[in-house]
Design a protein around this ligand. Structure first.
Ligand code: AMP
Ligand code: GLY
Length: 441
């Protein structure tokens, strides 16, 4: 079979790497791919991004299955476009992808279907938004309604910060994220303001065929740029799997209270959900689980450690997931070891990442360590930085501590000018014996 992976980040490198291991796969194409997928002889980069052009290319090249990585093509309707032409593709339709692309849609959906999440209100009027935060007090969370690449959320610890965030997002529309929420469908900025939740976060992802779901291994991301969860928010600086905070009880609750009602609710609303579904969970010290957000895709960098632990054939399960009811009674087999991925980011990330720096010292792939590329490209036989998150060095170990050691060892001789990475990935899993779970914001 020929498979097409849409996207060019670390998540897509991991998808392609895993799919290429299936004995049924002939070639994995990656559009547009990156410097890592370019280097792997089993993978082939295709420089196409437009949704219609991708569909035409996939038809002309007899692609049997397409898998979508990032949210942008999903929100642009790539799944609808492929399906209209009878092409097999795994992902949510444009309507279903609103679970991620519109915070107001997903919050209203959760409220309507009784799915636990922070209390909230949506605003287009800055005066009303200011009055609301004054009434509610701090800490409080202000979110731009729309895809803002991780920059649209302000966890305001003071009222001043909350008011500034409202002005930034609504009054001045600095993020430029618009919604057809104005009178007569006019595009205006909109914010969701919600209750601050305390607890520990985890990433909970499942595969959905529209009716049935199969959970993937759990994981935990590290969103802040610097050690000890300091500095600005990023797309994610490292992740590991499994997440210890997701105990069997928390897992059962997340399935029963969040995932299954979401699938059912989407079906009831006439927008059956197919594709990866990612629930960002906040788990409080009593083990209560609330939904921070939905993503309509897999997480990056969570995908890299998760797929390093997947023992089942990835192609098989994705093919099954593109048939209604195809996931019924299916289970995936996981390596019982821990996988940990450390992101190496470019100079200037997250605000203004520099491109073009020479990367040296890349190790060869091994059974227990893999360097997934993200913002890289091949230039005249050299590998250069080409984006904010450059590499995700991922390794397996017998336990979180061993996985962490292996991941940092695997970074070894990798160098590029301005390289930045966190030294404490997995800190919530690697803690002295006897110390309880640390509650974080
Ligand atoms: P989101 O893009 O909605 O996941 O938000 C990004 C990050 O902001 C999350 O990973 C949390 O760390 C934090 N966050 C979002 N919503 C809340 C909330 N209601 N309470 C506390 N922290 C939040
Ligand atoms: N790592 C978080 C995300 O992919 O949204």
């Amino acid at each position: 079979m020929n498979v097409l992976v849409i996207g060019g980040g670390g998540r897509e490198h991991a998808f392609a790497w895993k799919l290429a291991q299936s004995p049924k796969v002939q070639t994995v194409y990656v559009a547009p791919g990156n410097g890592g997928t370019a280097l792997d002889s089993r993978l082939k980069n295709i420089p196409i991004a437009d949704v219609v052009a991708l569909r035409e290319w996939a038809q002309a090249n007899k692609i049997n299955l397409t898998v979508v990585g990032p949210e942008a093509p999903l929100a642009a309707g790539v799944v609808d476009e492929f399906r209209r032409h009878g092409m097999r593709i795994f992902g949510p339709t444009q309507a279903a992808a609103q679970l991620e692309s519109s915070k107001a849609f997903s919050k209203a959906f959760m409220q309507r279907h009784g799915i636990p999440t922070a209390a909230y209100e949506a605003f287009t009027d800055p005066v009303a938004a200011h009055a609301y935060v004054t009434r509610m007090g701090a800490p409080i969370v202000v979110k731009a309604d729309g895809l803002a690449a991780g920059k649209g959320v302000v966890v305001a610890m003071s009222l001043d910060e909350a008011h500034a965030a409202i002005d930034f997002m609504l009054l001045d529309n600095k993020l430029g994220v618009m919604h057809n929420a104005g009178e007569g469908g006019v595009a205006v900025p909109r914010v969701v303001i919600e209750e601050f939740l305390e607890g520990e976060e985890a990433s909970f992802m499942v595969l959905c065929d529209g009716k049935d779901v199969v959970p993937l291994a759990t994981s935990q991301d590290h969103k802040r740029l610097l050690d000890d969860d300091q500095g600005p928010n990023t797309g994610g600086m490292g992740a590991y799997s499994p997440a210890l905070v997701v105990t069997p009880q928390v897992h059962a609750r997340a399935m029963r209270e969040i995932i299954l009602p979401t699938l059912k609710g989407m079906e009831q609303d006439g927008i059956p959900y197919t594709g990866f579904l990612y629930a960002g969970l906040m788990i409080d010290p009593q083990g209560q689980v609330k939904t921070l957000e939905f993503n309509c895709r897999m997480g990056d960098p969570e995908t890299q450690p998760i797929l390093m632990r997947l023992k089942s054939d990835f192609l098989d399960v994705l093919l099954a997931a593109t048939e209604p009811g195809g996931l019924e009674n299916r289970e995936l087999e996981w390596d019982r070891r821990t996988a940990m991925g450390v992101v190496l980011a470019a100079y200037g990330y997250p605000l203004a990442p520099r491109k073009g720096d020479l990367i040296t010292g890349l190790p060869v792939e091994s059974e227990t360590a893999m360097v997934f590329h993200a913002g890289t490209e091949q230039v005249d036989g050299t590998t250069r930085t080409n984006g904010g998150r450059v590499l995700c060095v991922t390794a397996l170990g017998e336990n979180p501590r061993a996985a962490r050691q292996a991941a940092y060892e695997a970074i070894g001789n990798i160098r590029f000018d301005g390289m930045q990475y966190r030294k404490d990935i997995g800190h919530r899993a690697v803690r002295p014996v006897g110390e309880g779970a640390k509650a974080t914001r």
